[in-house]
Design a protein around this ligand. Structure first.
Ligand code: SF4
Ligand code: SF4
Length: 431
């Protein structure tokens, strides 16, 4: 027995990928209960495109039984990191951590120029809010001048499709005063993550969110030194950049002394709740990261927790709700957004089939895996259509962009709202 153990140890020591030898890999009992919850397995019916199969592959790489090949990378990058397998798993396997660790070993997705551009975006644009805003301003200029139409001729098909998913970019970005007072009795002091996409493409939703918080007795602090949460970096093999972004946010937010750190983007919330894990090997930050993570709430989770001041207005609308993966599976927040929707007078909620199945957005997945993304989106649009709803509610920017795109492609005129948008309308109605 001891010989066997030492032989296994020797194999592991010989493996270049011993850093992938995660405790999560050994929690899997191979029961397969996650398989039918996995969108890629449901689509392809291949074990290698399932959570269990991917765990097996990562374990084999960590043990030195297989090598890191382009095929291995394809299996790992076809995963959406939707984390639907986590909520289905009776053994509590946190597959998202396994996938992120494997991607850190692989590096960014794709090859050639695509990989170079992804790396550039993740390392030289996203961590610098002013650079991201410059890029989005340039896109806004192209949109408004009509020059963007030339992209159909010059841009590779994938990039052209990516830009056509963008909404009309707003004239102004989210740039509020650093502190906004509570209305009525102050119930909490909260710090708000502006978000890279939310503060540019959805600045109106951020403004609505802050108004709703103020109406619910919150003093809202928006720290100037904050930046992107780093989720896209962590999901796409750039973990060191993700760590640097996490440290920046921890410093900026803890300095406010706020009771809570709030976000209206599900992906950001899930990533920030994991900062303690992300920085576990950083003795200077791990405790601060855990303190920070304890304060993080999705804004819907927070409003349900403190008890909503009932909105006085009326929003007559039949809606269906899309559970963002990183809210339902990543943060286990499902009931709270629905309770808030039902608290809006006039709203009728019609559930869709598989509301918690990924829409195919998944960060930059719709760019890196366009075929699988499109199939998942088509399934989502069909499910939406069957509800007979007049509008879709999806409290996450990626889902909003993706579902709008899918509805447009299907020729359906159906608005997609952020939940806080509808709540804000309900508070505005009688003012
Ligand atoms: S994270 Fe999503 S796509 Fe990846 S293995 Fe789990 S269920 Fe499948
Ligand atoms: S449900 Fe959990 S334990 Fe079962 S195969 Fe999937 S990951 Fe492994």
């Amino acid at each position: 027995m001891s010989e066997l153990v030492s032989a296994q140890g020797a194999v592991k020591a010989a493996s270049r990928w011993a850093s992938l030898d995660l405790p999560e890999l050994y929690q899997c009992v191979h029961c397969g209960l996650c398989l039918n919850h996995c969108p890629t397995y449901r689509d392809l019916r291949l074990e290698t495109e399932s959570p269990r199969g991917r765990i097996h592959l990562v374990k084999a790489l960590a043990d030195g039984r297989i090598s890191l090949t382009p095929r291995f990378a394809e299996h790992i990058y076809l995963c959406l990191i939707c984390r639907a397998c986590e909520t289905a798993c009776p053994a509590g396997v946190q597959f998202g951590r396994i996938a992120e660790a494997a991607r850190a070993a692989i590096g960014p997705p794709g090859s050639g120029a695509g990989r170079f551009l992804t790396r550039l975006f993740l390392n030289a644009i996203l961590p610098f809010p002013h650079r991201l805003r410059l890029l989005i301003r340039a896109l806004r200029f192209l949109q408004r001048s009509g020059l963007v139409a030339l992209g159909r001729v010059f841009l590779p098909k994938r990039l052209w499709e990516a830009q056509s998913m963008l909404p009309p970019i707003p004239r102004h970005f989210f740039d509020p005063p650093e502190v906004l007072p509570a209305m009525g009795n102050r119930r909490a002091r909260v710090a708000f993550l502006s978000g890279c996409v939310m503060s540019t493409l959805f600045s109106d939703v951020n403004e609505a969110t802050v108004r709703v918080l103020q109406r619910n007795g919150c003093e809202v602090v928006i720290p100037r030194n904050q930046g992107c949460c780093g989720a896209l970096n962590a999901h796409n093999g750039e973990v060191e950049a993700a760590k640097a972004m996490a440290r920046r946010n921890i410093d900026a937010f803890l300095a406010t002394g706020a009771d809570y750190v709030l976000t209206n983007a599900a992906g950001c919330g899930a990533a920030m709740k994991e900062y303690g894990h992300l920085l576990a090997d950083d003795p200077a930050y791990v405790h601060k990261a855990m303190e920070f993570a304890r304060k993080v709430r999705d804004v819907t989770e927070f409003l349900a927790e403190i008890g909503l001041n009932p909105p006085p207005g009326h929003v007559p609308l039949r809606v269906t709700y899309q559970d963002p993966c990183h809210l339902a599976h990543g943060q286990r927040v499902r009931a709270q957004p629905r309770a808030l929707l039902r608290a809006i007078p006039g709203i009728e909620l019609v559930e869709m089939e598989a509301s918690d199945r990924c829409c195919g957005s998944a960060g930059i997945y719709n760019l890196t895996q366009p075929e699988m993304s499109r199939r998942l989106l088509e399934e989502k649009v069909a499910n939406i259509q069957r509800t007979g709803a007049q509008a879709v509610v999806a409290p996450n920017p990626g889902c909003m962009l993706q579902i709008r795109y899918g509805l447009k492609r299907a020729g359906l005129e159906m608005p997609v709202y952020h939940l806080l948008d509808l709540m804000d309308q309900a508070y505005q109605e009688r003012l």
